[in-house]
Design a protein around this ligand. Structure first.
Ligand SMILES: [Zn+2]
Length: 296
């Protein structure tokens, strides 16, 4: 009996595909080089023109074919100072790109054979690639909601020990999630102005800090959660609540105790994933793209 494959062929990328494309460190280095300088052509500071560069032996350097000046594709990337083989880095990225809820440093340690400390450090650096700086929502219909993270078990029902997170999601589109200093009206309104296009329709619950959004030029529709109403026609916040449940499942189930200090980087990872959810297994390639985009 044939099992129906649910992922479109062009969006599949198996471990075998990975090993075929990246059989060794040299293939990974070549990939980064091509990302930064297609065909090895880039500006030579000595020739003062674009020239072609060729790999120098088995080093991570490429030399200008006219004058021999060296350039380094890994310079300024997260790989620059690492002694971990490039293929291990790539495989860790592949693993991160292949899950929906996230993957722990422990799992990376198990699957790549590096120490826990190395796995944790790699993971932290890969996550740093995933922040979407400057993203602005362009959808005309946006749901907004707050979530509270953390707090000790003893105080877990008290909001004051928790870190507030604000989420805004375009229906059928992208999400933004930001750790907020508090849930006061001016804080939430500031985030709305920063991330949501004027004249959008914003759906929220009846939390008091959302009062006055219409004065900022938005159309504001509210669902009365305090009266136990959750959906009224198209007025609901189910999309953002669905996103929160993925975040909570991941942070609670995979990452366990995420401290307030690192919370934003984990949120960035979930947003990156969510905003590329149609890429399915090619999420790995999207993570790889970030390496040169974020190179200093
Ligand atoms: Zn040159």
């Amino acid at each position: 009996m044939k099992v129906k494959q649910s992922i479109a062929k062009e969006l599949r990328y198996s471990v075998r595909d990975f090993n075929n494309e990246f059989p060794h460190d040299s293939a990974c280095l070549e990939y980064i080089k091509e990302q930064r300088w297609p065909n090895g052509v880039t500006w030579c500071v000595k020739c003062l023109k674009d020239t072609k560069h060729h790999r120098v032996g088995n080093r991570t350097a490429y030399a200008c074919q006219s004058c021999g000046n060296h350039i380094y594709p890994l310079a300024g990337t997260i790989f620059e100072k690492s002694t971990t083989p490039l293929k291990t880095w790539f495989y860790a990225m592949y693993l991160i790109g292949s899950t929906r809820c996230g993957i722990s440093a422990k799992q990376i340690q198990r699957e790549t054979g590096v120490t826990y400390k190395t796995a944790w450090r790699m993971f932290k650096q890969i996550r740093q690639l995933l922040s979407e700086d400057g993203l602005q929502l362009e959808g005309s219909t946006v749901e907004m909601d707050e979530m509270f993270h953390g707090g000790s078990r003893r105080t877990s029902n008290r909001r004051e020990n928790k870190v507030p997170v604000m989420g805004m999601v375009e229906r059928g589109g992208r999400v933004v999630a930001r750790v907020a200093a508090n849930v006061k009206k001016e804080t939430l309104h500031g985030l709305v102005k920063q991330y949501i296009m004027p004249s959008s329709i914003i759906f929220t619950d009846d939390f008091v800090s959302y009062d006055g959004l219409q004065n900022l030029g938005y159309t504001h529709r509210r669902i009365r959660h305090s009266e136990r109403v959750y959906v009224s026609g198209d007025v609901h916040t189910n999309t953002i609540e669905g996103f929160w449940s993925t975040v909570k499942r991941g942070i609670g189930g995979v990452y366990h105790n995420v401290s307030a200090k690192y919370l934003q980087t984990y949120l960035n990872e979930y947003c990156f994933r969510y905003n590329r959810r149609h890429q399915r297994n090619l999420l790995f390639k999207r993570i790889l793209e970030q390496v040169s985009l974020k190179a200093s």
